[in-house]
Design a protein around this ligand. Structure first.
Ligand SMILES: [Zn+2]
Length: 274
């Protein structure tokens, strides 16, 4: 997949193509791919100079190691409540990328964000053949999601699947996400709910009574301004905050102590067992 250039003219051509698409100057290549510049941060706009491109596929670990994220700071380790180490950088899931070239940068950024899920969770999802597709059209356009065409979610207000930004299908263990606003991160949280719950409890984490007790307390059904239709949606939104690098976790302990402690325990059991 990531073949080196066979000749110098080929390398230059590839370079010019990238320059045209992304309007960038300078930059180095690793094999066929522009790489992130040392001085850049992980801000989406600054990621313009680093990009993957190969057919329809982007393998996150290539992107995340060879093409950039390794040039960014390593995501710091954390520790579980009993002091076991949680790492974030050593396991990288595979995603399929079916997006317009002008959305590659955003897509990579979305993939990068998913790296903030602990390695132990990513490992379980990979082992269980969970996968994600980034696609910038109607999710139901894809053959994999054809069964959702013209249908609506089975909870109020019954959104049409055709209009969703992302769908997570637990039957095929696959999500599709628009490369937009951390939709992939949200869908990855749904996969985590499923895979982690299955191995530890034989059921979704969001079916746990501790999670449900916090879900039932939501004022107007809202979790930090976002409406949660089901405990499954609640937990996915909760995990977005819980695993976010920016969100102050203390707020979660104060307002949703059951779910926060539950996830702390879940992580502790996971790193002990896997
Ligand atoms: Zn959702």
């Amino acid at each position: 997949m990531f073949e080196p250039f066979s000749s110098e003219p080929e390398r230059i051509n590839e370079y010019l193509k990238w320059q045209e698409i992304f309007n960038f100057e300078g930059g180095e290549f690793y094999q066929n791919n522009p790489i992130l510049q040392e001085h850049m941060s992980d801000k989406p706009l600054n990621m313009r100079n680093f990009l993957l491109y190969h057919g329809d596929y982007a393998r996150a670990n290539k992107v995340l190691t060879k093409f950039g994220v390794k040039a960014l700071d390593k995501i710091p380790d954390r520790y579980t409540i009993s002091g076991n180490k949680i790492t974030f950088n050593y396991v990288t899931p595979f995603f399929e990328v079916r997006v317009n070239p002008n959305l590659y940068v955003q897509t990579i950024y979305e993939i990068y964000q998913i790296q903030f899920f602990p390695d132990v969770i990513k490992k379980l999802i990979i082992k269980g053949n969970g996968r994600g597709i980034f696609y910038n059209g109607k999710p139901t356009d894809l053959a994999e999601f054809a069964e959702f065409r013209g249908k609506k979610t089975n909870y109020e207000p019954y959104y049409p699947f055709d209009d969703c930004w992302g769908i997570c299908d637990f039957g095929s263990k696959t999500f599709v996400a628009q490369p937009h606003n951390n939709i992939g991160f949200h869908e990855f949280a749904h996969l985590s709910d499923y895979f982690v719950g299955k191995v530890l409890f034989g059921d979704f984490l969001s079916e746990n009574s501790l999670v449900k007790s916090d879900f039932n307390k939501l004022q107007g059904g809202k979790f930090f301004g976002e409406f949660c239709e089901t405990s499954c949606e609640f937990l996915a939104r909760f995990m977005e905050k819980y695993f976010s690098r920016d969100f102050e976790k203390k707020i979660l302990y104060n307002q949703f102590s059951h779910t926060t402690k539950f996830l702390d325990d879940v992580l502790d059991s996971l790193v002990k067992k896997y």
